[in-house]
Design a protein. Structure first.
Length: 182
């Protein structure tokens, strides 16, 4: 891990492990066009590599599809089924960045999302929360929040479910804390 001259307070170049306990990957869909249903993945992991220049950084992340939690067991079982995520045949969802661009105070993280075995390009709008001291001796943490929108139909998810029942648009929100031991 090395100190950088990015102008970002506390910025450190290095490899960071996503902390699943202090991170959240969630989504929102519309149900019957009138309400929002939220869910999240409880099992996730990955790595962030910060370069000497933040634009040279990269991200990889994996979520266990069966760990979906919408706070309703019956709905969760349906979303795990072949109607939606088909977790038996596609046990993971993954993201791999392909580039990072500055966008004012935010960053655009271009990458590839693989969902239900289908890989599509996506762009996350991200806000760097910052860098700080971790809870272990010499440990450091970084925080980042990001958001994107996808169409579930682009990934073959819920093809038999009318969009009047579950929206095609899915909003994905991430709050990530990653650790580095130095």
């Amino acid at each position: 891990m090395t100190t950088s001259t990015t102008g970002i307070p506390g910025y450190l170049a290095g490899t960071w492990t996503i902390d699943p306990v202090h991170s959240n990957v969630s989504f929102v869909v519309r149900h019957l066009g009138v309400t929002r249903v939220r869910g999240r993945f409880t099992e996730l992991g990955g790595e962030i590599t910060t370069g000497e220049n933040i634009l040279g950084s990269s991200v990889t992340a994996t979520m266990q599809a069966a760990s979906i939690d919408t706070t309703n067991q019956q709905r969760d079982e349906h979303v795990r089924s072949t109607d939606f995520l088909d977790v038996e045949n596609h046990p993971t969802l993954s993201f791999r960045s392909t580039g990072i661009r500055a966008d004012g105070d935010d960053y655009l993280i271009d990458g590839e999302l693989t969902l239900r075995g289908v890989t599509r390009p996506v762009t996350l709008t991200a806000e760097l929360g910052g860098f700080g001291d971790g809870l272990t001796e010499g440990g450091k943490v970084l925080g980042v929040s990001a958001r994107t929108e996808i169409k579930r139909s682009d990934f073959g998810v819920g093809g038999n479910i009318p969009t009047a029942v579950v929206s095609d648009k899915v909003v994905i929100e991430l709050d990530i804390e990653a650790m580095n031991q130095g």
